[in-house]
Structures are given as C-alpha cells and as structure tokens.
Design a protein around this ligand. Structure first.
Ligand SMILES: [Ca+2]
Ligand SMILES: [Ca+2]
Length: 153
C-alpha cells in the first residue's frame, strides 16, 4: 500500500489545519506488461507511448505519475491533483475531497491510533468536490484516512 499525508495534527481549535493520510490502491494486475509500474494503456493515453516513469512529476504539481494514475488525475496538468483539505468549524471536522468519476473514496477514522480504524463512508466519485463532516463530540483528537479505490467494473 502506498501512503501520503497532508497537513499537520489537528485538534478542536478553530485554527487547526487537520491531518489526513491518503491510502493509494495498487495498480490493476496484468495492466503493466513493460514493468515500469504504470498501466500501459494509461501511459499510451497520456504520453503517447509506454516508457513513462512512475516516479516522474511531468507537470510539476508535486504528485508523481503513479499517484496521478492512482487518483485518476491528469499527469500533464499542474492544476489536476488529488489534494483534499480539512478544517474544523462549529465542532465539526470537515474534509473537502475533490473527486473524479473514475475513483471511489473510503473515509476511515480513529480517535486513537492504537485501536482499529473505523470505515465511516465510501464516496462515489462524480467529478464534484465533496464536503464530508465528522462531529467532534467525544474526542478532542481524531485521525482520518482517505483510501482511494479503483472501481472494478
Ligand atoms: Ca507500464
Ligand atoms: Ca504530477
């Protein structure tokens, strides 16, 4: 599993920036005949041929070609990038998730990193930006993960 995270730790203070971990899926089995870590059809679609580098960041937006594929963003557009944001407002933690129609998003949370994660929701991507809310009633601290899912059909 690939990981990345955005932001710092958060608490219930209104100025907290939030912390989100992103879990990336694996690329579909059998899609990468040339073994460079990127699905060949995606390479051809975006770069005209296979042989693209999984670790390159062609558009300079801070996410690699592999992460762009996994999030189904455009690896040739610096403004197309999966970058959820978070804020705390009126006792709620609000996660803002820019979705794409080719991906689903599972939101996981835990108040204590030593216990199991709870799957709160699975969001179907449709190209809109979703505001997901969690009421911070019990815990002064809460950790969130967004798992990107590649629909199989
Ligand atoms: Ca490939
Ligand atoms: Ca990029």
């Amino acid at each position: 599993m690939n990981h990345s995270s955005i932001g710092g730790g958060f608490d219930t203070s209104a100025s907290a920036a939030g912390f989100i971990e992103i879990l990336y899926p694996e690329i579909p089995a059998g899609s990468d005949a040339d073994g460079d870590g990127l699905p060949d059809a995606w390479e051809t679609q975006n770069f005209g041929a296979t042989g693209a580098s999984a670790s390159a960041d062609v558009d300079g937006d801070g996410t690699t070609n592999l992460m762009e594929y996994l999030a189904d963003t455009d690896p040739r557009s610096g403004t197309s990038v999966f970058r959820p944001t978070s804020r705390v407002e009126s006792g709620k933690f609000i996660l803002t998730v820019p979705t794409v129609s080719g991906r689903n998003y599972r939101v996981w949370g835990t108040a204590n990193l030593q216990t199991a994660w709870t799957a709160h929701d699975t969001i179907s991507g449709d190209g809109s930006t979703i505001a997901w809310e969690y009421l911070l009633s019990q815990s002064s601290r809460y950790f969130l993960r967004i798992e990107i899912l590649i629909p199989t059909n």
